[in-house]
Design a protein around this ligand. Structure first.
Ligand code: AMP
Length: 214
C-alpha cells in the first residue's frame, strides 16, 4: 500500500502518517524529519535545507527528490510506504510518478487531511518538538507527561523555529501556492481521498482506516 499524506503544515498529517505506518506495517517517510536529522548530524544537506526551512520556504526539488527516490527503493519499502510531507510541488509529484512507473508501480492513495488556515495558526502555536529524537507534542492535545520534557528521551521540547507564528504564515502561503495544486493532480488520477482534519485525532484516524480498509 503506497500512500501520500496531503494537508497544510500543522493539519496533523504527521501524526496520522505514524499511526498508519504502525497499523499497516509500512515505513513512515517524512522529508521534514529527514532534513531535521541531517541538520542535527551537521551534513551539507542539513545546512542547505535549514536556510529554506527557517524562512518557511520549500527546500529546492533537486535536493528533495533524489533522497526520497533513494529511500523508497530500499528493501523495507517493497510492501508500501506512507509519505508525509512529500510531494509538496507538482514537479516532485511528477518525479515520484516517473520513478514508480519505471518499476511498473503507482501510488494507491493520496489522503488530504483538510483543516482551514485559522485552525492551523492556533494549533501551530501550541506545537512542541524534541530536537533530540524528533517526537512532537501539543500543549493541549498531546501534552508531554512532564511539562517541557520529552516523554521519549527526556530532552527539552521547544517551539521549532519553523513553527514560529511569522514562519507559519509564510508556510501557509507556500502551501497554498505550491502544494495545494496537488489536490487536483491526485483528483485527476482518481486516488484523492479527503478527511476532515478538524475532528479529534482518533476520529481522523478512523476515517482513514475506513478508506484504507482494516
Ligand atoms: P515538515 O516537517 O514536513 O513540515 O517540513 C518542514 C520543512 O522542511 C518545510 O517547511 C520545508 O522547508 C522542508 N520540506 C519538507 N519536505 C519538503 C519537500 N517535500 N519539499 C521541499 N521542502 C520540504
Amino acid at each position: 500500500m503506497k500512500i501520500i499524506m496531503l494537508g497544510a503544515p500543522g493539519a496533523g498529517k504527521g501524526t496520522q502518517a505514524k499511526q498508519i505506518a504502525d497499523k499497516y506495517g509500512i515505513p513512515h517517510i517524512s522529508t521534514g524529519d529527514i532534513f531535521r536529522a541531517n541538520l542535527k548530524q551537521g551534513t551539507e544537506l542539513g545546512k542547505k535545507a535549514k536556510e529554506y526551512m527557517d524562512q518557511g520556504l520549500l527546500v529546492p526539488d533537486e535536493l528533495t527528490c533524489d533522497l526520497v527516490m533513494d529511500r523508497i527503493s530500499q528493501e523495507d519499502c517493497k510492501n508500501g510506504f506512507v509519505l508525509d510531507g512529500f510531494p509538496r510541488t507538482i514537479p516532485q509529484a511528477e518525479a515520484l510518478d516517473t520513478a514508480l512507473a519505471k518499476i511498473g508501480q503507482k501510488m494507491d492513495y493520496a489522503i488530504d487531511v483538510d483543516v482551514p488556515d485559522e485552525n492551523i495558526i492556533n494549533r501551530m502555536s501550541g506545537r512542541r518538538a524534541c530536537l533530540n529524537c524528533g517526537a512532537t507534542y501539543h500543549i493541549v492535545s498531546i501534552p508531554t507527561k512532564v511539562e517541557g520534557v520529552c516523554d521519549r528521551c527526556g530532552n527539552a521540547v521547544v517551539l521549532r523555529d519553523d513553527d514560529q507564528p511569522e514562519t507559519v504564515k509564510k508556510r501557509l502561503e507556500v502551501y497554498h501556492a505550491q502544494t495545494q495544486p496537488l489536490i487536483d493532480y491526485y483528483k485527476k488520477q482518481d486516488i484523492l481521498k479527503t478527511v476532515d482534519g478538524t475532528q479529534p485525532m482518533e476520529k481522523v484516524f478512523d476515517a482513514i482506516v475506513e478508506i484504507l480498509g482494516a
